[in-house]
Design a protein around this ligand. Structure first.
Ligand SMILES: [Zn+2]
Length: 343
């Protein structure tokens, strides 16, 4: 489904490009809007081939460089806190207003993305899964599942789910989706139990896969801000209220303690939010929270479900410019004229 949408978007992007209208009008004062970009990993192409990352989360370093060149030349990148303040205060966004975010806290954000952001003087916010900082908790469970497939496993027994095939990427993705129905402790128990049965010990790369607090503090001094993304990367709607509150509040306390700065922004893992988790994020003192719907931020947008546009290896230069343009939002509005209420 995501593939079909990506193909449709790319076809539209090319149609606009061929018509010479890919970027939209240079400035549209009556069309106050901003785009928040969501990255996860940024890796050189040759290292992507070497390790079984969940490829949907990876932007090749070479593409990232081109994208940051474009943003610094053609857009107004603002710190996310500033973008949120503009929205909250009902002010207008400057033309081509963009916020840059990264989720999860992978070390490549520091190693590869940060030097480029710094060179261009671009602000960004990184949402940290605080229990994984420094690699103390091994790999994320989805990267562990990618290891199963990379080790040559074609099908296997997963506790509670029965036999599952991993022969194709679509089958692997189905398994990942099925696992997300469980609370995080259950997922971790099943995934690590399966890795043990497959004879896969702890991955020695885990320690180097995540940023350290020292790197985070260095980036803080270089214009990067940090938000909370829970402690364990649990999907809030499937957890108990007690666990949700603990994950939301502890991740905020971790970020504030280690960075010495207020942590004002939250990001729901997988963009998964419901009314109770939104209320808990609000009660914990966050000023805004990021979801994952691929829309523009427009005046009146819900502060605790801000839309973001996810970037990965599939997004080439044409699709990138299209995502930044006003066209996708206008096209989506054509199909939901009665529903625009900023939600
Ligand atoms: Zn995440």
């Amino acid at each position: 489904m995501a593939d079909i949408r990506a193909h449709a978007e790319l076809a539209l992007a090319w149609a606009f490009r061929l018509a010479g209208r890919l970027d939209g009008p240079a400035a549209a004062p009556c069309d106050s809007r901003a785009v928040i970009l969501a990255y996860h990993r940024v890796l050189p192409r040759d290292s992507i081939r070497r390790f079984p990352f969940l490829e949907d989360l990876v932007t090749p370093l070479e593409s990232f460089k081109t994208q940051m060149d474009f943003l610094s030349l053609r857009c107004r990148v603002v710190p996310l806190e500033q973008l949120v303040a503009m929205l909250r205060d009902g002010g207008k966004f400057p033309p081509r207003c963009v916020g840059i975010t990264f989720d999860d806290g992978y070390a490549d954000n520091y190693l590869h993305a940060y030097p480029i952001l710094k060179r261009h003087g671009l602000a960004a916010t990184i949402f940290l899964t605080t229990g994984f900082v420094g690699g103390r908790s091994g790999l994320f469970w989805w990267d562990e599942v990618c290891r199963w497939r990379a080790s040559g496993v074609k099908s296997l027994e997963v506790e509670g789910l029965g036999r599952r095939s991993l022969a194709t990427l679509a089958q692997r993705d189905r398994l990942l989706a099925e696992m997300k129905r469980f609370p995080m402790d259950e997922i971790v128990r099943r995934v690590h139990g399966t890795s043990s049965r497959l004879g896969l010990g702890a991955d020695p790369r885990a320690a180097g896969d995540f940023m350290t607090w020292e790197q985070i503090r260095e980036m803080r001094n270089g214009g990067i801000s940090f938000g909370a993304h829970t402690v364990s990367h649990c999907l809030l709607p499937v957890e108990s209220p007690e666990r949700r509150i603990l994950e939301i509040r502890r991740s905020r306390a971790d970020v504030e303690r280690e960075t010495g700065r207020p942590c004002r922004l939250f990001c729901y893992p997988n963009g998964a939010a419901d009314a109770p988790s939104e209320a808990e994020v609000r009660a914990a003192g966050f000023e805004a929270a990021m979801a994952a719907s691929p829309r523009d931020v427009v005046p009146g947008a819900a502060l605790y479900r801000l839309p973001r546009k996810v970037l990965n290896y599939r997004v080439g230069p044409t699709a990138f410019r299209f995502k930044l343009s006003p066209h996708p939002e206008r096209i989506k509005r054509l199909f939901e004229p009665a529903q625009r209420s900023g939600v």
